[in-house]
Ligand binder design. Structure first.
Ligand code: FEO
Length: 173
């Protein structure tokens, strides 16, 4: 069934919001590199890659339903994070914003009786619960670590083991 009306507009905005999330995570990776925490930077790069996959899922859904996604302007990034706690609190705020946007999409889909979009939206509802939970747990651990440098380095090492966050080569070869 062709995607139309308010739902098409809202899913199009969601494509842009997911790309915004990807850029926000790239910025947080840069912020963590700047304070010499390459493992946490790598975790944020992996998260940025996951956000691009989210954007692509919505893009593909639109294309599958004869709609033509159009990327919109992305608002400027927030001020750089200067601590690990600030970085993950920014991450949680971004995820909460995305969760609310997904709930809004679900409400619109229900209003428009758009059954075809529901499996995709259910997947995203579960994904957001998981993402908020993961980030909240890391925030809890960062608070426990406090000013303990060795604890922070251990967390950096642990988060750096997440696959998919390898730094791109800046070489010229
Ligand atoms: Fe695509 Fe982390 O929300």
């Amino acid at each position: 069934m062709k995607l139309t009306g308010n739902l098409e507009t809202a899913i199009n905005a969601q494509v842009t919001l997911e790309h915004h999330s990807a850029l926000a995570y790239e910025q947080l990776a840069i912020d963590m590199e700047a304070i010499d925490l390459p493992g946490i930077a790598s975790w944020f790069r992996a998260q940025a890659a996951e956000e691009r996959v989210h954007a692509d899922k919505f893009t593909q859904h639109m294309l599958d339903r004869d709609a033509h996604p159009r990327l919109e302007a992305i608002e400027a990034m927030a001020a750089p994070a200067t601590t690990v706690l600030e970085a993950f609190e920014a991450s949680l705020a971004q995820e909460q914003k995305v969760s609310e946007a997904i709930r809004d999409l679900y409400r619109i889909a229900q209003d428009e009786a758009d059954i075809d979009s529901l499996p995709l939206l259910h997947w995203f509802i579960s994904e957001q619960v998981e993402e908020e939970s993961t980030v909240s747990e890391i925030i809890g651990r960062v608070k426990l670590i406090g000013d303990d440098g060795s604890g922070l380095l251990k967390l950096d090492q642990e988060l750096g083991s997440r696959p998919g966050g390898e730094a791109p080569s800046a070489g010229t070869e």
